[in-house]
Design a protein around this ligand. Sequence first.
Ligand code: FES
Length: 80
Amino acid sequence: MKITVCIGSSCHLKGARQVVEQLQYLIAENNLKNDVELGGTFCMGNCQKGVCVTLDDKPFSLTPENTKEFFQEKILKKNA
Ligand code: FES
């Protein structure tokens, strides 16, 4: 699966960097490097919902606080 994180300026201010770092860490920690592709994209036009993330083209709205939960719910459970 593929996760894309918006790195536009509005999402950046809301913590896109921390979201990316957490995702990188979680992917490594769970040995999912071959299963999960992490990428970035410019502004998705949904700034008020930032940090904007898509998972296989489905939109999600993350914060550094709920990134781990998102990962557990949407990635680990799906992969289990
Ligand atoms: S900066 Fe992320 S949607 Fe606009």
